[in-house]
Design a protein around this ligand. Structure first.
Ligand code: GLA
Length: 389
């Protein structure tokens, strides 16, 4: 994993000066874990993510021309983007996230101004911790800062999501960009993905978020993500014959789904059941957290994982193993896969004083069983994006 010490503002300034010969303004946007509410955001449902202590930084200084010259510390090439370009197209390259954000800002009427831009981060790429949303949000803040523009946070999240949906071509929901913009230190965020109403929920101080990276990413993730979306849409189409008012699975109650189960093919029913019950779990989880009922909260995490594994079918052997190992440890309230699935990370809620033993034991058994060395770290719930001093 990239070294966090190499991402201090001072060090970033120094690298920026070596590459571009000037001082930069620095913007930071965090990655996230999702505590509960998986595959519900694009069904207009509820999610409960928290920002993690790993971020993407965007260092920026103005240029006199209309070019965006972009470097990333994760890739060797330098990319030049002409901000006056007539018909910008994705190049299927890491820089698409930057270009997509620039295109969306221009589309929303923001002034363009050339810049040198350095992107650097310690959110592991492809691990399901939203490194792409963090790149988008950090880039958008940097480009706005550079041209003297402002947008409110809801617009910022929407604009970044649009960059990913319409330019990069990934049909993701709003969760990742939203938490990166709205996170509060020490809190999870309960978000209604339809109305965008949200509230921060304090996490108890004696409990830790432990992130375990399985170190696998299965290729089918993107295709299967789109297939799940389509299956949910099909579920809504079929159910709306009997429930004419519904627009999304968000509008279907567990009781209604039970009543109309026979109207759905078996696979579609399973996908719908996951989403409908997961929405209910997020609301129950918010209540549990407000009552400091960590046992109840943990039970919901466990049920969420089982549902993602058996009904939504987005888990994989490595995620299931990691969750099973976590559940076996002392001081664990609950564990589940987090993010889109098919690899990436799990999240475990662990009593803070039990985390060293947890890390040692889970790491040893996981690597003995898989031959892979997992990355396991404790994260605080971090603050949302902003400019660094
Ligand atoms: C990915 C997407 C999110 C969300 C999750 C699943 O992380 O970017 O919008 O759909 O998968 O909950």
């Amino acid at each position: 994993m990239p070294d966090t010490a190499a991402n201090t503002p001072g060090e970033l300034q120094e690298t920026f000066r070596e590459i571009f010969g000037s001082r930069a303004r620095l913007f930071r946007a965090p990655g996230r874990v999702n505590l509960i509410g998986e595959h519900t955001d694009y069904n207009d449902g509820f999610v409960m993510p928290a920002a993690i202590n790993r971020s993407v930084w965007a260092a920026i200084s103005p240029r006199r021309d209309s070019k965006l010259v972009v470097r990333s510390s994760s890739f060797p090439d330098t990319v030049e983007i002409d901000l006056e370009e007539k018909d910008p197209r994705p190049a299927h390259h890491w820089s698409d996230y930057v270009r997509g954000v620039a295109v969306m800002l221009a589309g929303a009427g923001h002034r363009r101004r050339g810049a040198n831009l350095l992107i650097r981060g310690d959110v592991p790429i492809g691990a399901g911790l939203s490194s792409s949303a963090a790149v988008e949000v950090a880039t958008a803040l940097a480009l706005l800062g550079n041209s003297g523009g402002t947008v409110d946070r809801v617009e910022l999240a929407k604009l970044c999501r649009r960059a990913e949906n319409e330019f990069v071509g990934a049909r993701v929901g709003i969760m990742d960009q939203f938490i990166s913009c709205f996170a509060q230190a020490g809190h999870a965020l309960c978000l209604d993905c339809r109305s965008l109403e949200h509230r921060s929920l304090r996490l108890p101080p004696d409990v830790s978020l432990v992130i375990c990276n399985t170190m696998v990413t299965h290729q089918l993730a993107g295709n299967e993500y789109n297939r799940r979306r389509a299956e949910c849409e099909e579920g809504v189409r079929l159910l709306s014959r009997s429930l004419p008012g519904i627009r999304a699975l968000r509008d279907v109650t567990p009781e209604q789904l039970r009543r109309h189960a026979a109207e759905l093919p078996a696979t579609i029913l399973k996908r719908c059941r996951h989403v409908v019950l997961e929405n209910a779990r997020v609301r129950d989880a918010a209540v549990a957290l407000e009552r400091s009922d960590l046992t109840g909260f943990g039970r919901l995490l466990r049920e969420s994982h089982q549902s993602l594994r058996d009904d939504y079918k987005v888990s994989c052997a490595e995620l299931d193993l990691m969750v099973a190992l976590a559940e076996n440890q002392e001081g664990v309230y609950g564990a589940r896969m987090t993010g889109g699935g098919f690899g990436g990370c799990t999240i475990s809620l662990v009593k803070s004083d039990a985390t060293p033993d947890f890390q040692r034991a889970v790491s040893a058994v996981y690597s003995a069983k898989t031959g892979l060395q997992p990355q396991i770290w404790v994260s605080s719930a971090a603050a949302g994006a902003g400019e660094a001093e």
